[in-house]
Design a protein around this ligand. Structure first.
Ligand SMILES: [Zn+2]
Length: 212
């Protein structure tokens, strides 16, 4: 059984959304200092690296990360390769050969290479357009993932984040920040484990893909 770990490693100098600092690890106890154990205080934004967006991220009063349906987070999952430069659209999805009944889809784009780039953040990442979000909801998809820090193009705030809002209103779980560079397109079993933070507006998640 081959397992792909597609979570980006949390580290202080990792690419983060503009204005957010990377994770910090501060020592609370250190054996080297005479303490009985090694214990650290870890601080990070809840949308750092590979992470889950729960509905409350864009829909006030909606479900938080501790209330996500675990059934959406585990199960069969299709990795789809997208090699173009435009946002992913409904038109493209309709022609992509995604089998009917697919409930979990991850898009592997050229974004996955950005995790190894020297830049702290790249605005020109590949994402979904609004038509793609509607297509996924209508197709019955329960979980959708992308390999950079947003599911929709940079600057979508000025038009009200329609991709996030469409998916999250429909209770579709969004995973952002996946590293899929070593994963081939095809069928896998996914395990996605966001932290169970009470009222959490997001959470980094260990995401594993098991080859079937
Ligand atoms: Zn997010």
């Amino acid at each position: 059984m081959r397992i792909h770990d597609v979570m980006v490693t949390l580290r202080p100098d990792m690419p983060t959304w503009p204005g957010e600092q990377g994770p910090r690890v501060e020592p609370l106890k250190r054996i080297a200092r005479g303490d009985s154990a090694n214990v650290s205080l870890v601080t990070f934004g809840d949308h750092t690296g590979t992470h889950v967006d729960p509905p409350v991220h864009f829909v006030e009063g909606a479900k938080a990360v501790d209330e996500l349906p675990v059934e959406a987070l585990v199960g069969p999952c299709r990795v789809v390769a997208y090699d173009e430069d435009d946002p992913i659209s409904a038109k493209w999805l309709a022609a992509a050969g995604i089998p009917r009944g697919t409930e979990r889809v991850l898009f592997r784009t050229k974004n996955s290479e950005l995790w190894r780039a020297p830049h702290p953040f790249n605005e020109d990442f590949i994402a979904l357009d609004e038509t793609a979000a509607h297509w996924l909801v209508e197709a019955g998809v329960k979980l959708v993932g992308i390999d950079y820090l947003s599911i929709e193009p940079f600057g979508s705030g000025k038009i009200g984040h329609p991709v996030h809002v469409t998916l999250l209103r429909a209770q579709v779980v969004i995973i952002e920040g996946l590293d899929l560079h070593a994963v081939s397109p095809g069928e896998y079993e996914i395990f996605c484990g966001p932290l169970k933070i009470a009222g959490g507006t997001g959470s980094p998640a260990r995401v594993l893909l098991v080859e079937r």
